[in-house]
Design a protein around this ligand. Structure first.
Ligand code: XMP
Length: 327
């Protein structure tokens, strides 16, 4: 039977052997919980849901139905990676929904950060529920709940996003195979399940995605500038040995323009802000200082490769007083 709480004396999973033992135990527990019935999973491509997917594919194969909702606010290459890893390599039963237009149409003209978050969260549940309704005989909902989620919800710090918000008539039994694990343990388990390192060791990414990095009303062109500049930043961090070392790094393209000059002509374009931070608990963060060479290289690439950008800025502000994200 699956465990509900992390035993006080549980050994931290830090080695392949410990991960393998955990996986074997969980697979047995999942098989006895699920039997020959069907399980649904919202697969974002983040570490937790990806590890849950990989574990369930091992345990119950095509009784698992994964739904990947592309809300149009994902990073460059993310939906493609989910399809490649889960559908092509792991042979998962994966439903891919490109809901970009739906989300961006709903978000058009919306400037308030919390309203944007609510629209993204609400629309996500609607799209997911619509897909779930098309399926027959689903009895379980799998979730990537981890131990800190449970501790934080018990401490009243954040609401446990437990099946949160699904319509009343859609009640499933929950399957939460990594809920007694800490994040570092989920990563070790993910590696042993054969997930690519780039997926298992990736930096945290907020649910509302690039939407909170395109402050104010989201437009497709500015969103594209965020996505392209973020891809350049990630590529350069990987090349320079900073991937996996710096806790979180991304770009923001604010909604104002400034004057510049290119090929002898005036430009009037957005700035791109680089943020790179380190932390242990995200309550307090420090800034990662980049080398001058890397900064110069980033500036030159972003300016020349990303349409709509004529200036690159670096955010030197710790938290507090600045939060990690811009809204
Ligand atoms: P802040 O901006 O609050 O961010 O200093 C702290 C950490 O939380 C992430 N973050 C979010 N994650 N939904 C999420 O899933 C959100 O709405 C959200 N807002 C911030 C942020 O990326 C950072 O790691």
């Amino acid at each position: 039977m699956a465990m509900d709480r992390r035993p006080d004396d549980m050994v931290r999973i830090t080695t392949p052997e410990l991960a393998d033992a955990f996986i074997a135990e969980q697979i047995e527990a999942l098989r006895s919980q699920i039997g020959d019935r069907k399980v649904l999973l919202a697969l974002s491509g983040g570490v937790d849901s990806s590890v849950v997917a990989a574990m369930l594919i091992k345990a119950v194969g095509d009784q698992l139905v994964c739904v990947h909702v592309n809300h149009g606010l994902l990073r460059k290459g993310e939906p493609e990676q989910v399809i490649e890893v889960f559908r092509n390599q792991m042979k998962a039963n994966l439903i891919y929904v490109d809901a970009t237009d739906r989300f961006l149409d709903k978000l058009a003209g919306v400037t308030d950060p919390e309203t944007k978050r609510k629209i993204i969260g609400g629309e996500f549940i609607e799209v997911f529920a619509e897909e779930a309704r098309k399926l027959d005989g689903i009895e379980f909902l799998a979730q990537g709940t981890i131990w800190p989620d449970i501790l934080e919800s018990e401490a009243g710090i954040k609401a446990h996003h437990n099946a949160g918000g699904l319509p009343e008539d859609m009640q499933f039994e929950l399957v939460e195979p990594v809920k007694i694990l800490f994040k570092d343990e989920v990563r070790v388990v993910g590696e042993r399940l054969g997930l690519p390192a780039g997926m298992v060791y990736r930096q945290p990414f907020p649910g509302p995605g690039l939407g909170v990095r395109c402050p104010g009303a989201i437009t497709r062109d500015r969103l594209e500038a965020v996505r392209e500049s973020d891809a350049i930043l990630r590529e350069e961090f990987a090349k320079n040995g900073l991937e996996g070392k710096v806790w979180q790094y991304f770009t923001v393209v604010p909604d104002f323009k400034s004057t510049g000059v290119k090929d002898g002509k005036r430009t009037f374009d957005w700035p791109c802000i680089i943020r790179a931070i380190n932390t242990t608990d995200v309550m307090e963060v420090t800034v990662e200082h980049l080398s001058n060479e890397l900064i110069d290289h980033l500036v030159s690439r972003i300016i020349s490769e990303v349409p709509g950008i004529n200036r690159v800025l670096f955010d030197y502000t710790p938290k507090p007083p600045a939060t990690v994200e811009y809204e």
